[in-house]
Design a protein around this ligand. Sequence first.
Ligand code: DX5
Ligand code: ZN
Length: 216
Amino acid sequence: MNHLIAPSILAADFANLQRDIEMINNSEADWFHVDVMDGMFVPNISFGFPIVKATKQHATKPLDVHLMIVDPDRYLKDFAEAGADSITVHFEACPHLHRTVQVIKQLGCRAGVAINPATPTAMLKDIIADLDMVLVMSVNPGFGGQKFIEHTYTKIAEVKAMSANSNPNLYIEVDGGVSNQNIAKLIEAGANVFVAGNSVFSAADQSAEIAQLKRS
Ligand code: DX5
Ligand code: ZN
């Protein structure tokens, strides 16, 4: 599978959101990564339904919604209705993960599960066959622009090995500190979806930066 690039709108200019969405529409990016933070699961609040809906209105590519919220079951239907094409919940936030994953699928969305840097990949063993995507966090969730955690390479390789037989088409996404400096090594480790916030939006030529990530 060719790898996918999902720029994170968390790093966009919210006063010019439509302009930044158009930039992504016109670039080689594949998905929009949409980071929802509740100030409880993570120590930051980003945005909720109005921004997701507004993004959906203008985006011509799928919305990859990453829920960094406690008890996400309360809002799965609302995010699906707001336009999510995939919904990723955190392993650490879901006591009944199997049920949560089934609900996401019943809503017609791709189902993803994210693991924090300190959560072992082995925790996914009994759910990995049911998933469309595993998101390996390469920073502690909550903020853009953080430093990439090197141990991520090992975790990606573990997820890749774990899914090889049971779920060979699994999307393995990496989120946090991804740039043209580390994407080649992440691909080699087995990742195939790349979230990029700061590396794209702080670039002088944002769509050229996306093109370079895509060509790695
Ligand atoms: C972090 C978010 C990320 C963030 C990545 O909690 O989940 O998606 O936007 O931003 P960068 O690429 O700047 O690390
Ligand atoms: Zn994210």
